[in-house]
Write a new protein. Sequence first.
Length: 284
Amino acid sequence: MKGMRCFAIFVLLVGLVCWVSSSALASPITVDGNYSDWGFNTWSGFNTETENESAGKPVTGVTNGVYWWEEDGVGESGYVGPGYGGQTFDVEGLYTKISDGYLYFMVISGMRGSVGSRTFEPGDIVINLLSNDVLEKQYVVETTGYRFDLDSSGYVSTTAKTGEAGYLYDVTGGDAVLGKGLSNWQNSSDNQDPTQITEILGSGIPISLVFAQPGSEHSVIEGAISLSLLNLDGINGINIHYATVCGNDGGTTPNAPVPEPGTILLVGTGLLGLALGSRKRKTK
């Protein structure tokens, strides 16, 4: 009996050490618009297959805890899939990672980041919370603080203030209204890609968000959300969705599993229980 108890303690200790070690060795992500700490090749991303260069043929995967979607390609006539527009409308990569109690996310696209340009504008970032792969709740990260509308030619020409850039809004809870793609490249009834906040009804929560432009052909949106800000009751999966305001291009990362907050507590409780049981037997 004593041997079994010692073995159980040993197993729990090994599990605890592995858990702590994996957390400690996980490369930290700094929200600064520099994607070098995400662990992928600067030019090709995580995927090195030719499909990654094909418009309308995204590739997804999981690498070192990063859940990614990549589609860095522009086809004939500026096709980016499902719409058109060329490099400016090309969504190239979406990335998420859950670590240290935070949901880290990053978007790389060919879209310019300046709110001053009213022709080409980025969309907002949608956080989808799922239960057994079924969408249950949605949050949105406001990237610009503005809502963009189209003129009769299908270009963004007017703006309206909706909220603050870098704020998190609970769509399911009624804090904001999530709008669909605006472009007239296809029938509005077909363009159902969620792209931006169209109306603010409640209070948002500030988060860490950076909009960077490392080159003339690319922009980076990077941020981090404390998991404590999300209502994760009954949730076991998270992904992010992003699309340009027009809805010409967009994608969704694979579902990342939500860590059980009580895992380390259960291990510690098990060790404490075994230790107390052993002590009681010795004092008898």
